[in-house]
Design a protein around this ligand. Structure first.
Ligand SMILES: [Zn+2]
Length: 312
C-alpha cells in the first residue's frame, strides 16, 4: 500500500543580510529561499506527496516561550524589528563559538513561521498521519535555549518534539544533518524524557568547530572523523535508533551530507536519502521530518525526491 507524505510548506521569503566564517570574516550566504524551491520541486514530482498549508503562529509562540529563554526571545524580537542594518551580539552566541549569524530585519517573524511549520507537521501525526515533513527555513538545530548561530534562530525540531510530548507521545529527536545539532542538544538538556541522537561530521572539522559531548544520559553523539560510506553511516544510525524507546521520532533532516554540498564534505549520493528514509520507516514509529541544512542547488531536488520515494 502506498503511504501519503503530507508536506507543510512555507516559502520563507526571508533574506539574511550577511554571514561570517569561523574567524568572523564575511562569508557567502548560502541559506536562501532558492534552496527551499529546489526541495519543493523534487517533492512535486512525487504523486504520494500531499501539500498542507502552514499554520498560524499561536502554538509555536507558546512552545517557544517555554523552550527558549525570555531574555533571548526579547533580544530576537527587538533586534529583528529594527529597520536599519543587523545585530551581531556575542551575548547570544554559544560560549566559545564566534557569532556568525546576524539578526536581520524580519528574522524573528521568519523563524516563528518555520517553527509553526514544524509544529503543524507534528500536529498531523497527532491527528493520525504516520509521517509528515516540514519544508521550512530558516533552519533551527543550531539554536539553543539562549543562543543563535549557523543560520538558526529558533529550534524548529525541538518545537515539534515539545508539541508531540504535550500530546502524550513518547518522542525522540534524531539529527542527520551533516553538522552537529548543538542547539537541539542544548534545548533538550533540561528534558530527560526526550532522547536525542546526532550523527555528524567531527565538530572540530565542521561547525560549530568546538569539542562537544552529550548533555545528559539520554543523548548520543556519533561524530565521523572521516567521510563515512553510506553503508557505514546507515549501520551507525540503525544501531542508535535501537537506543530509543519511543513511538514517535522527529528527524532534523539535512541534505548537506550529499557530495558537492558547499557547506559539507562528504560523498553521499541523492539515493542515500531513500535508504535513510527506509531505515526510519523500519522503526515502525511515526515520523516528523523537519528541514535543516542542504545547500547544493544542483542536487537538492534529487535529494528530496529520493527521501520521499523512501517514504512511499
Ligand atoms: Zn548542516
Amino acid at each position: 500500500m502506498t503511504a501519503t507524505l503530507p508536506v507543510v510548506y512555507d516559502s520563507g521569503d526571508f533574506l539574511l543580510s550577511s554571514f561570517r566564517d569561523r574567524d568572523g570574516r564575511p562569508a557567502p550566504i548560502l541559506e536562501t529561499e532558492a534552496r527551499i524551491e529546489r526541495i519543493v520541486s523534487g517533492l512535486r514530482s512525487c504523486q504520494h506527496v500531499r501539500w498542507v498549508g502552514a499554520a498560524g503562529p499561536e502554538q509555536a509562540l507558546e512552545i517557544v516561550g517555554r523552550m527558549h529563554s525570555a531574555e533571548y526571545l526579547r533580544f530576537l524580537a527587538e533586534a529583528s524589528a529594527r529597520s536599519d542594518g543587523e545585530t551581531l551580539d556575542e551575548r547570544f552566541a554559544e560560549p566559545g563559538i564566534v557569532p556568525d549569524t546576524p539578526v536581520t530585519k524580519g528574522a524573528f517573524d521568519a523563524a516563528i513561521r518555520a517553527c509553526s511549520s514544524a509544529v503543524a507537521a507534528a500536529n498531523l501525526l497527532i491527528a493520525g498521519d504516520r509521517q509528515a515533513y516540514a519544508v521550512c527555513r530558516p533552519p533551527g538545530h543550531h539554536a539553543g535555549r539562549a543562543f543563535l548561530g549557523g543560520y538558526c534562530y529558533l529550534n524548529n525540531a525541538g518545537a515539534a518534539a515539545w508539541a508531540l510530548r504535550d500530546a502524550g507521545r513518547r518522542v525522540g529527536v534524531v539529527d542527520v544533518d551533516y553538522h552537529h545539532g548543538n542547539g537541539t542538544a542544548d534545548v533538550l538538556s533540561t528534558e530527560p524524557d526526550i532522547p536525542f541522537v546526532s550523527l555528524h561530521a567531527s565538530t572540530l572539522q565542521a561547525f560549530p568547530y568546538v569539542p562537544t559531548s552529550p548533555r545528559g544520559p539520554n543523548q548520543w553523539f556519533v561524530p565521523f572523523e572521516e567521510p563515512p560510506t553510506e553503508d557505514h553511516y546507515l549501520a551507525r544510525l540503525v544501531e542508535h535508533l535501537g537506543h530509543l524507546s519511543v513511538d514517535t521520532i522527529v528527524i532534523s533532516l539535512g541534505y548537506d551530507p550529499v557530495a558537492g554540498d558547499p557547506h559539507g564534505g562528504w560523498t553521499m549520493t541523492p539515493g542515500f536519502f531513500r535508504a535513510l528514509a527506509r531505515a526510519f520507516r523500519e522503526t515502525g514509529c511515526q515520523l516528523c521530518f523537519v528541514q535543516e541544512g542542504g545547500y547544493s542547488l544542483e542536487r537538492l531536488a534529487d535529494c528530496s525526491r529520493e527521501l520521499a520515494l523512501g517514504l512511499e
